[in-house]
Design a protein around this ligand. Structure first.
Ligand SMILES: Nc1ncnc2c1ncn2[C@@H]1O[C@H](COP(=O)(O)OP(=O)(O)OP(=O)(O)O)[C@@H](O)[C@H]1O
Ligand SMILES: [Mg+2]
Length: 272
């Protein structure tokens, strides 16, 4: 039996006014099953990050309803929102904006813990840095002393050290090289399996979605055009847009990750 930890009901996000108005998200509904990885895929500008920001409570929604663990979390503010972040953490594509240039990495992590009132201890901190191929020596460094990929790894470690109920990862591995990326994806799978962590993973790379996802949500132009289990969506896509996305990625067929996934699916007898 699966249980939905998160629900978005008919959410809409409109930016701007009058003729400059953009409806970035148009009446989208979805659920996230506890202990599963759900991937949102879609082309640039389809509204994926806007959904992620609304789920995290970083931007107010225009209409609709957001429910986390049975509680209404629509447009939380102040303390209620900080409390929400004890359980819901995120990693975004551009990690630089999340850093204060005057703080060392150690200070950044400390402040993140203070903000949500969750002190995770040295051991978990070290373990989380280890997940992304780093050690405690990074704590003394300033953001400008790190590469883009290293900053991204710090942000992943920051989110993972909190062991959130729900982790939102929006193009969170975009700056990592292939082997490190696979490591991070494997860590997410392990945390799902060992801790029952729920992950909302956003990517334009269907290969990553195939490798990682239990369920796939496909967004086109602010609309969620298809949702289903990974094998349903990848191997039996219903919507033309999904078919096009899949066809656009020939390298998908060479990726060892997909091969692994196919083997797993085959073992489970889920492939025709
Ligand atoms: N703050 C904003 N003000 C106005 N328009 C915005 C704002 N943020 C996003 N948009 C618009 O909303 C639409 C969806 O943007 P969004 O960032 O959610 O797309 P995305 O699917 O994450 O794309 P990408 O794959 O490039 O990250 C785009 O048309 C974008 O221009
Ligand atoms: Mg985006």
């Amino acid at each position: 039996m699966t249980e939905e930890i998160y629900n978005a009901e008919h959410i809409v996000k409109t930016f701007g006014h009058g003729k400059n108005q953009v409806q970035a998200v148009k009446d989208v509904s979805f659920g996230l099953e506890k202990g599963q990885v759900t991937c949102i895929v879609g082309e640039s500008g389809s509204g994926k990050s806007t959904v992620a920001r609304m789920v995290l409570g970083l931007m107010p929604i225009t209409s609709g309803k957001l429910i986390f663990q049975g509680k209404d979390v629509t447009n939380l503010k102040g303390r209620a929102r900080t409390e929400y972040w004890r359980d819901v953490q995120a990693v975004f594509q551009d990690p630089f904006s999340a850093f204060n240039q005057f703080f060392t990495v150690g200070k950044l992590l400390e402040r993140s813990m203070l903000m949500v009132g969750k002190n995770v201890g040295q051991e978990r901190l070290e373990e989380s840095l280890g997940y992304v191929g780093m050690d405690l020596s990074v704590l003394a460094r300033y953001p400008h002393q790190l590469s883009g990929g290293q900053r991204q790894r710090v942000m992943i470690a920051r989110a993972l050290m909190m062991q959130p109920e729900l982790l939102i990862a929006d193009e969170a591995t975009s700056m990592l090289d292939a082997s490190l990326r696979v490591n991070v994806l494997n860590v997410l799978k392990d945390l799902r399996d060992q801790l029952g962590m729920t992950v909302l993973f956003i990517t334009h790379d269907i290969g990553q979605a195939c490798y990682l996802a239990d369920r796939v949500l496909v967004m086109e132009n602010g609309v969620m055009v298809e949702q289903g289990t990974t094998d349903e969506v990848i191997f039996n896509p219903q919507h033309e847009y999904t078919k096009r996305l899949l066809a656009d990625v020939p390298k998908l067929h060479e990726e060892i990750e997909l091969h692994d996934l196919q083997e797993e699916l085959q073992k489970a007898g889920e492939l025709a």
